[in-house]
Design a protein around this ligand. Sequence first.
Ligand SMILES: Nc1ncnc2c1ncn2[C@@H]1O[C@H](COP(=O)(O)OP(=O)(O)O)[C@@H](O)[C@H]1O
Ligand SMILES: [Mg+2]
Length: 396
Amino acid sequence: MPRPSAASTSGGGAPQVGVAVVDADQTVRSRLAMQLGQGATPFGSLNDLLPRLTGHPVVVVLGPSFNEPEELAAAEHLLSARREVGAIMVAQELTTDLLQRALRSGVRDVLQSPVDSQQLVEAVSRAALSVAQAAPPVSAPLDDDAEPGRIITVFSTKGGAGKSVIATNLAVSLARRTDRPVVLVDADLQFGDIAVMLKLSPQHTVVDAVGAIDRLDRGLLQNLLVEHGPSGLLVLAAPLEPAFADQIGASEMVRIVELLRSFAAFVVVDTPAYFNDVVLGLIEISDDVLLVAGMDIPNIKNVKIGLQTLRLLNTPMEKLRLILNRANSKVKLDVGEVERTLGVNADAQIPSDVVVPQAVNKGEAVVLNAPKSGVAKSIEELADKFAPVEGRRKRR
Ligand SMILES: Nc1ncnc2c1ncn2[C@@H]1O[C@H](COP(=O)(O)OP(=O)(O)O)[C@@H](O)[C@H]1O
Ligand SMILES: [Mg+2]
């Protein structure tokens, strides 16, 4: 096969990777090849493609004829035999079942037909990056020398304490400070609302990562993340239906977060308001646990119980940081008194401000939408503790 400088994979220092389109239907494969521009070669079947493989990295776009189980099985066979081949698939009808079968077969991404040209080109580029990484020989090892990212879990034993607001804004702030990826994981598996808070419409969720857990690698996992345009933050969204939460175990969540930290500078994890196996597993691997407490007596009582539970579980207390939310003079609870009651000093005090619900309702981050507010400033100060802005260069 030629080594085309396909528009989709050239430029920006991206590796040179061949692109093939395979579908039984001639019209379908020609149209897909055309959408990819020069350099994408159409084939009628995998058997036609096979003799053209030279060991050089290739991305194969599998047309809708591969939605059939038998055809998909043939593709799986090829993908497991040839490490240099990566595949994405176009689905006639993109169901969860088809997506899971495809990911289990080694397909890296599935797009709904009719495919938007730009989406197609982007999906091919992502697959190209991962085959280029996977295909031996790789002269330099993956950037495995890069330090593993820091895992920051935001937790509270009370619903409505402000976990999701704090996790979202801290993650957005960190994403703007670092060149390496920052990932926000919505581990509130039943009622996660990160996607709504950041106005994202995720194509994939953590359910897809769990469905592909046996062959999950960085490339595949990266394809399941959705990018928050304004900040560059990457998000692994919670299941779209609460019922799916049951399918996700602690060991799988831990595996996913560990894989994310292998390429991200920070993995921020938002959690539900109770301890379960998933939360405990995530707390155990976290470098930092931000315990969020609202400034009222029921909140403080709950945090006290939460702290006792963490102590019982032998969580090192150095990991813990207390975040007081809605910490205003108006609530008549003295911060010093709260700290004494809990036996921990607060690392951050976030005021109560109407800019928070305003931003939440618009699907925007407070740190971007109201950067001058007290809430944004206190979250930036919190972010300073993890990723200081050099000489405050980025600040205006
Ligand atoms: N500092 C704050 N000031 C004003 N409103 C806040 C503040 N923090 C959170 N809220 C509001 O409280 C609600 C619950 O916050 P959320 O982060 O979803 O809580 P949790 O994730 O702990 O259940 C949100 O709708 C948000 O608007
Ligand atoms: Mg929440």
